[in-house]
Design a protein around this ligand. Structure first.
Ligand code: CA2
Length: 144
């Protein structure tokens, strides 16, 4: 069965607990429950992870090679800074969708830059937690 890694970056463990006006009231645990339901509907396996550490995220991407068919990555603030994550995706040669809860293009200029987008299949942003469902549907279709 096709397996997809959903990897979440720094501070996303706080989802639903702080700044609800920006990121909403849904917790990351609730997002995972939603993703597992989506995965069952789409007939794929999903592994859901979160880390606040860039190196841990790089290790997770390396480990995904040959195990997961695709990567859905909300790299949080590392999106805008991390050449290391970009290189990890390139070296793992894993189809990747960049995902954000917020519409990063409607926010501060520093959020308009993405190192992940340069090596991603595509980018989904601005749809809140529903973006995870959209990304899973797009990845399942891509891997068909
Ligand atoms: O919109 C997104 O999904 C972001 O990846 C979220 C990142 C931000 O740095 C990116 O530019 C866009 C920030 C995640 C912080 O998450 C929090 C959640 C609740 C409370 C505080 C932070």
């Amino acid at each position: 069965m096709t397996s997809v890694l959903i990897l979440n970056g720094p501070n996303l463990n706080l989802l639903g607990q702080r700044q609800p006006e920006v990121y909403g009231r849904t917790t990351l645990a609730e997002v995972e429950t939603m993703c597992q339901a989506d995965a069952a509907r789409l007939g794929i396996d999903v592994q859901f992870q979160q880390s606040n550490h860039e190196g841990v995220m790089i290790d997770a991407i390396h480990a995904a090679r040959g195990v997961h068919g695709g990567l859905i990555l909300n790299a949080g603030a590392y999106t805008h800074t991390s050449i290391g994550l970009m290189d990890a995706i390139s070296s793992a040669e894993i189809p990747t969708i960049e995902l954000h809860l917020s519409n990063v293009h409607a926010r501060e200029p520093f959020r308009h830059q993405s190192y992940i987008a340069k090596v991603a299949l595509g980018v989904i942003c601005g749809f809140g937690p529903h973006g995870y469902t959209l990304a899973l549907e797009a990845m399942a279709r891509h891997l068909e």
